[in-house]
Design a protein around this ligand. Structure first.
Ligand code: B3K
Ligand code: ZN
Length: 879
């Protein structure tokens, strides 16, 4: 398929300023009438009017009331004779929502209508200039059967409604804000709403609504609270108020991603919206809070100021992820709870974005080309993009960043702009800052793919009492990008003496500073350092790089115990474990944890002051995909064996401590998902899983029995799923009856049944049993590829999150993958292409995995009628 290039951007030949849309909603054939006010763009040469349209039936085209000649070229409707002056364009077409299994455009789910237009779904509703730089004011009339679709919603304010003949009714919605077509939305169905009226600081009244299916209302309280908290936060932190009288959120069970920020009418996957203590875990509550906030924050960063073209996607996504991360940290409250948030974000980045950056799909935060834009809603654009925004803040300070944001909105409110515009606003608001003085170099974060490697080596000169720190950077080549230039890397750091005391870094006595690296190699000298210090570098993960500081285990132990930076305390423990695991893998020897490491972990577990949530993170070993990232040749089975061995040793060496921890971290009273109680539950669940795991090798039946009892008696989903996971992950005999019971208990709750599938597909592999079970589950009556959540819960869980079950010497995992990708592609190309990405890193696999994986990718690529989505992924994998 043809590639679209960033540098080919041109303004459109026409603008659409106003749209009047009428929908006669019918699942089999919906009639769409679109009346547009069109204006020639005099900044570019006069040319034909080319409108996008896909999967539509065109009925008529009128210009200023008269029919015109047109032709259809692929997915374009071309009108040669459009007038030079402003004109009215009227188009009538139909589409078929009930056959729309791709879930892009207008579709039905559970008998209701929903839309998803980002990135290019609007063209599946009607013909349009479906690009984000064309912004129009919309008026929308919805007509539908009143009994089946009592609720009719679109963006903006309800301006009229009433009865029609034949049991139908109508509603008219007007959105005063000009918006790109990707932010358009319609919902029609039998829904109910939780409502809340709020008054903002500015004294304006607003109506907040959360619409869901009947029966789900009691699961919307947390989402509503999260929405209100987001409003308060955005006004307090960035001075950004809600600009709409009415802000609606709607849940839908069939949805391709988490949620969508349509202006005033956010649409959510129910998995990112609904929660009750009995059905959602602490992690779900946390995720819902952050996604509700994310979509709400888009109202300014994305909607009021949008993207000129899709290459600029990180302009809104990186910035909005940064904002939702900051919000979550502020909500968490205590310094320790903030650190827990940061550690979780970084762990996610390393597990998902680092592999993307070193695989076949590696691309810059601002990509240079794409075949299918939906393939670039990636963790690089989102999470690495958020790290880039965080580096702006580190370089100009928090106040400076707020000033930069203010300038950004002063300059660009109501516009469709680029990442360069954002960079200029932050830099211009902070003249003389380390950002402004290096802006061009800093912007390489937008153009260069790949994770920079940062090497640090220190030398202490006892006679001169100086410590010299040499920093060097290098970014490995990525597909299509051979040589890389140095980037701007802010290194937040401190020095500790060998007893853990913080050392003064300068005459002013500062114990923390930011070194700004912008060359391939630079040296920094610290004065008055009496003895060899331990450097604590990249505190709070100040840049998205891989750090090699060459520290000894002894130095890491000092950091782990004493660093003032909680992130680096956690990191030191992870590095100790990682070093051991990598050493064993490289030497091909069985893994043995050192007594020093075990004692250090015991110290963490029994520490009187550390937060339980932090302990849980510190006692969780590095993930298998992060370990794979450190190796040139990846043997997923060897990595799995090493991690399992390490876990078994931690389980047995700390057995008494795990028992004490389990007993000490029981949460009394009613369920709340606050950081303190969820931290306790997390640690208790980890302890329980260690105890059940250890029981497996010791043959003890007490802990599996206790886990089963806890599973049965649990009063919330976090404890129930934790106990079930302990049994399933240890391969305990009680796992089977527990799984059966869980299914019977929740058979009518799709989101919980998703957990049931995912837990089984993600269980640690033993002798191929997990793979066999997962494969058998595709035949389970509850399984379907048509619901994205369900497909992900089984297929993505197995292929993308369970390397040891997936990568098999008999290639059965790859055969399964190819079959599922092909079957899925015929239903929903966006989901198929996500699953296709399981093979991004086939080329670093050890044999026999490598050849077999390549063969499976080639088999998918050989299918002639693949979607553009999947084709782009498999062709890049084979390139
Ligand atoms: N902007 C949407 C993502 C749309 C994905 C299109 N394939 C959700 C979000 O980032 O908030
Ligand atoms: Zn977003």
């Amino acid at each position: 398929s043809p590639l679209i290039h960033r540098l080919d951007y041109q303004q459109p030949a026409y603008w659409i300023r106003k749209v009047d849309l009428t929908f006669d909603l019918d699942p089999a054939k919906t009639l769409v009438t679109s009346k547009m006010q069109v204006e020639r763009n005099r900044a570019v040469p006069h040319g034909p009017l080319r409108l996008h349209g896909e999967e539509l039936n065109l009925l008529r085209v009128l210009i200023d009331g008269s029919s015109v000649s047109f032709r259809q070229e692929g997915h374009e409707l071309v009108i040669e004779g459009a007038p030079d002056a402003d004109f009215a364009l009227e188009i009538r077409n139909t589409c078929c929502p009930e056959k729309n299994t791709a879930l892009s455009g207008l579709y039905t789910s559970g008998g209701s209508f929903f839309t998803q237009c980002e990135a290019e779904g609007f063209r599946r509703i009607t013909y349009f200039l479906d690009r984000p730089d064309v912004m129009a004011v919309y008026t929308v009339t919805l007509r539908a059967d009143a009994s089946r679709y009592p609720i009719l919603l679109s963006n903006g304010n309800l301006t009229d409604s009433g009865r029609l003949d034949n049991g139908r009714h109508f509603a008219v919605w007007s959105d005063p804000f000009p918006k790109p077509s990707y932010l358009f939305a319609v919902v029609a169905g039998d829904l109910v709403a939780r409502e809340q009226r709020v008054r903002t600081r500015a004294g304006k009244d607003h109506l907040l609504q959360v619409y869901v299916r009947r029966g789900d209302l009691e699961k919307t309280e947390h989402a509503m609270n999260s929405l209100i908290a987001s409003m308060v936060w955005d006004e307090a932190r960035f001075g950004l108020p809600l600009d709409l009288e009415r802000f609606m959120v709607v849940g839908v069970s069939d949805f391709n991603m988490g949620a969508m920020e349509n202006k005033g009418l956010n649409i959510f996957n129910t998995s990112a919206l609904l929660a009750s203590p009995a059905t959602a875990t602490d992690a779900d509550f946390h995720r819902i809070e952050s996604i509700v906030a994310h979509e709400y924050f888009h109202n300014w960063t994305g909607n009021r100021v949008t993207c000129r073209d899709w290459f600029q996607l990180s302009l809104k996504e990186g910035l909005t992820v940064f904002r939702d991360q900051e919000f979550s940290m502020d909500m968490a409250g205590t310094p320790s709870a903030r650190a827990v948030c940061r550690i979780q974000d970084v762990r996610q980045l390393r597990a998902l974005q680092f592999p993307e950056d070193s695989g076949a799909m590696a691309h810059p935060v601002r990509p240079d080309s794409y075949a299918e834009i939906n393939n670039f809603y990636t963790t690089t654009v989102y999470e690495k993009g958020a790290e880039v925004v965080r580096m702006y803040q580190t370089l100009v300070g928090r106040k400076g960043f707020e000033a930069g944001m203010k300038l950004y909105f002063e300059r660009h409110d109501g516009q469709a702009v680029t990442c360069d515009d954002f960079a200029a606003a932050i830099a211009d608001a902070n003249p003389g800052s380390p950002l402004a003085t290096r802006l061009d170099t800093f912007k390489r974060w937008y153009s260069q793919a790949g994770t920079p490697r940062l090497t640090a080596r220190g030398e202490h000169d006892a006679a001169a009492r100086t410590y010299t720190l040499r920093l060097a950077q290098h970014t490995p080549a990525t597909p299509g990008q051979g040589d890389k230039q140095p980037q701007v890397i802010p290194v937040v750091m401190g020095l500790l003496d060998r007893h853990g005391a913080a050392l003064a870094l300068n005459a002013a006595g500062d114990t923390e500073t930011v070194l700004v690296l912008d060359q391939a190699e630079q040296t920094f000298v610290f004065e008055n350092i009496d003895s060899e210090p331990v450097p604590s570098l990249l505190r709070d993960f100040s840049a998205p790089v891989v750090l090699d500081d060459g520290l000894s285990d002894a130095a890491l132990l000092v950091l782990m115990r004493h660093d003032s930076d909680a992130f680096n305390r956690w990191e030191a423990g992870q590095r100790l474990a990682l070093n051991r695991i990598l050493h064993a893998l490289r030497a091909g020897q069985p893994l043995v944890l050192s007594p020093a490491f075990i004692e250090a972990m015991r110290g963490v577990l029994n520490h009187p002051e550390l937060d339980p949530a932090f302990k849980e993170l510190a006692l969780t070993l590095p993930g298998e995909s992060y370990i794979a990232e450190q190796l040139d040749v990846v043997d997923p089975q060897a990595i799995h064996a090493a991690v399992m061995a390490a876990q078994a040793q931690l389980a047995s060496a700390l057995r008494d401590d795990w028992i004490a921890a389990f007993e000490a971290h029981q949460v009394q009273g009613g369920y709340t998902p606050d950081p303190a109680s969820s931290g306790k539950r997390a640690l208790a669940n980890l302890a329980l899983s260690m105890l059940v795991l250890d029981a497996r090798s010791s043959g003890d039946a007490v802990w599996p029995g206790k886990a089963y009892q806890r599973f049965k008696d649990a009063s919330n989903m976090t404890d129930r799923l934790g106990a079930l996971a302990a049994l399933v992950n240890a391969g305990a005999e009680l796992a089977a009856p527990a799984l059966e019971r869980f299914h019977a208990l929740f058979k009518d709750d799709a989101l919980v049944i998703d957990k049931w599938f995912a837990l089984q597909a993600r269980a640690p592999e033993v002798d191929g049993r997990v793979f066999a079970r997962a494969k058998a589950l595709t035949k389970h009556p509850d399984f379907t590829l048509r619901n994205p959540n369900r497909a992900r819960s089984l297929v993505a869980s197995l292929c993308m999150f369970n390397p040891a079950a997936f990568h098999r010497t008999d290639a059965a995992g790859y055969v399964f993958w190819a079959d599922q990708v092909l079957a899925m592609d015929a239903i929903n190309p966006q989901i198929a292409s996500r699953i296709a990405r399981a093979m991004d890193r086939w080329s670093v696999l050890a044999e026999p995995y490598r050849s077999a994986a390549r063969e499976a990718v080639a088999r998918v690529a050989a299918k002639p009628d693949l979607s553009t989505d999947v084709r782009e992924i498999v062709e890049r994998a084979l390139a």
